[in-house]
Every structure is written in C-alpha cells, then in structure tokens.
Design a protein around this ligand. Sequence first.
Ligand code: SAH
Ligand code: TMP
Ligand code: ZN
Length: 405
Amino acid sequence: MPQCLICQTDYEPFISFGKMPIANGFLTEKEFEKEYFFELKTGFCPKCKMVQLVEQPDREMMFHENYAFFSSTSARQVIHFKEFADLIAENYLNSDDPFVVELGSNDGIMLQHFKGAGLRHLGVEPSANVAAVAIEKGIATISEFFDEELAKKIIAEHGQADAVLAANVMCHIPYLHSVAAGIKLLLKPDGVLMFEDPYLGDIVEKTSYDQIYDEHAFYFSVASVSYLFEEHGLEVVDVMPQNVHGGSMRYVIAHKGAKDISAAAIAQRKKEEELGLHLPETFERLRRNIETSRDKLVEILAGLKKEGKRVVGYAATSKSTTVTNYCGIGPELVEFISDTTPIKQGKYSPGAHIPVKVYEEFCGNYPEYALLFGWNHAAEIMAKEQKFMESGGKWIIYVPEVKIC
Ligand code: SAH
Ligand code: TMP
Ligand code: ZN
C-alpha cells in the first residue's frame, strides 16, 4: 500500500486513470516512440485528509527549459494576478523595505507589479524558458526548485520575507515538508505565506477530475493544508475562495499565534465537514461520478462521429491530457485542438496524439462542435467566440456535467 507523503499513513488509492503521459509533454511525431508513461492513481489519506497522487514523474521531467505553460496566455489570469498583487501591497507590506518572494513565478505575471512599484522581490522558477521571459522584463528571478536549502540561501542573500506568494505551484511539490520548513525560516515574525491552488471541494462538487494530472501531486482542503503547516509551527489564518482554474482556494499562513484566525477560515473547515471531505466514501462517490462523466462524453463523441460531424478541441490545456487519455479520445474523435501557445502548435497532444494547431485553423473553418478543454476559461472564451456560435457552432462541455450547449 502507498504511504501518505504528509503523515506516512498507509492508504488505498480510490481511482486509477490508467497509463498517462506528461500532461504538458506536447510532442512531435518523431518523439512518439520514446514517450514516457506512468500510472495515474489518486488516493485519500484517512489521517491527515490529504488527497494525493500515488506516483509522480521526476520533477525534471515536468519542469525544464521547454515547459509549455506560460501564465500570461490567459487575459483573465493577468487581471487575477494584478488583483492578487494589489491585495498584498495594500495589506501585507508594512515594513520599511519590504521583500516579496514568489514560488513558481513563471513568466512574471504577478511579480511584474512589485517590480513596477520598485519593491524588493525575487521569483523562484525552475523552468528556465518561462523564467527567461520574466528576467527579460527585469524581474529578479532564480531558476531553481524551492525547498528548505534554497530558503536558507535566499535568507543569507536577501534576508527574511514579508510575504511569500505561490499560485498553482504548492500542489505541484511532493516534498512539501521541506517547502514548509523553508517557509518557516523565510518568513519574518509577522510575515505571511499566501498561496492558491485548485480546491478539493470544487473537484468533488464539479467532478472536475481533469485537475488530476502528473504536476498536481496534491488536491488541498483547508483541513489537509492545516495539518501540514501545523507540523512546522505555522497555521492557516484566513482563506479566500477564488473563481479561477475551475475553483481555487487561497490560503493565508502565518507563524502560529502571530495572527487571529478569521471567521472565513473557521467556516470553511465546517463546510468541508458538511461536504464530507474528511470521509473515504466521498472519494468512492467521486470515482463513480468520474466514470459516469467519462461514459457520457465518449457516448456523445462517438455519436457525433457516426453522424459525420466535425469536432475540434478548444485549448490544449494540461488538464485535457487526463481527459483524452482516460476516455480514449484520439484524432478519430477530435480532429485537432486549437491553442494560442506557440510552443504547443504544430505538435501533438500527449498520449492521445491529437494535432495541436494555431487558432486561425479554428476560426478559419469553424467545426460543428468544439470540445471545450479550457472549460475553466469558459467565460473568457465564450465571450470572444460569438461568431462561432452565430455560425451554428455548439460547445461540448464536461464540467460540471457533460452537455452540449
Ligand atoms: N504561478 C503561475 C505558474 C503556475 S505553473 C500561475 O499560477 O500561472 C507552476 C510553476 O511552478 C511552473 O512554472 C513550474 O516550473 C514551477 N515549479 C515547479 N516546482 C517548483 C518548485 N519546487 N519551486 C518553485 N517553482 C516550482
Ligand atoms: P490552463 O487551463 O492550464 O490555464 O491552460 C490554458 C491553455 O489554453 C493554454 O495552452 C492557452 C489555451 N487557451 C487558448 O488556446 N485560447 C484561449 O482563449 C484561452 C483562454 C486559453
Ligand atoms: Zn496523511
């Protein structure tokens, strides 16, 4: 039986998605032969309540100089991180010469605002190509993996931080104890860690199983996050639900006893109990819902194929890798996937090998149906795709439920 990465308790996986490639491993035809696969399995730890991957590829296989995810490709995310930066600048940077550290700073989507305000900042971003975009913008960035050792080096060079920020990266790091120990050292006595990640409550409520892929080692709840940080003399003092990435939670963490615990943090813990996020049967139910979702989606796509309709995928998201491989959706069901990221274009989707094409291929010859792999960007996408809908085009959606609209 696997052991929990947080509390070492043995647990039973509740689902296997089968053989999976690297979610962001877009590849050329020549590379098909040596494509890497592992078994994507997820489990729930009954003791610390952490939902986690049983097996994860080595970090260098996912985060490297050809990393395919550039944060600033989404206009909505650009706004989101401006608001996040403003919130921090207004509430948490009260010292004379504040210092902000961001983990997984990617192309500088958030740090650019601290740089712009002339504040001391440092990005930690191991994927060299996305880090280079930030450096180009003049944002101080080191291309390394954050852990306790690196925290010590940062302190030696820059001193402690007023705020440590992390978005969609904490859940990527299997060696979270080292990260938490590093943050304990790095934070000033009244400093805060603020991080956000896709929220387990949303995954359970929306059956958004495509949040489960290689990079996401953990699926957090306030309960499991609290358990982890309390082991390091830190605690969750506030939580703020976020309407991005299909439902995320932002956690504010401080040294134990340094700040009051907000009413929202207490209420969210209670809500999690009502949702059953502490119970193994919740995840058995999630597994059944995932299987039903898969069967319905495959039925729709097979039906459309029979009718001779054209179906194109919209947005080659990392999440789509789980859906295509788990459901067995290949180029025979989805003609190609349209995506605006240059590094993905002209390549094939991981595992399923659906061609990824430039956006112009989509709007130059609208298909009858678009399978919305970027469902988490639905509002942004639908607003700009009025013409597709006017042409009679329909969307196939699978979160929170499978439907054509
Ligand atoms: N914060 C951005 C990027 C999220 S993608 C956003 O929300 O859009 C996750 C990023 O974390 C990747 O760029 C990856 O290279 C980086 N990363 C992975 N492991 C890390 C680690 N141990 N320390 C710091 N960054 C890490
Ligand atoms: P994400 O869901 O992991 O943030 O990935 C977003 C992907 O979707 C990225 O490859 C860019 C792509 N995309 C489009 O192709 N068109 C769009 O309008 C949006 C918002 C995203
Ligand atoms: Zn555990």
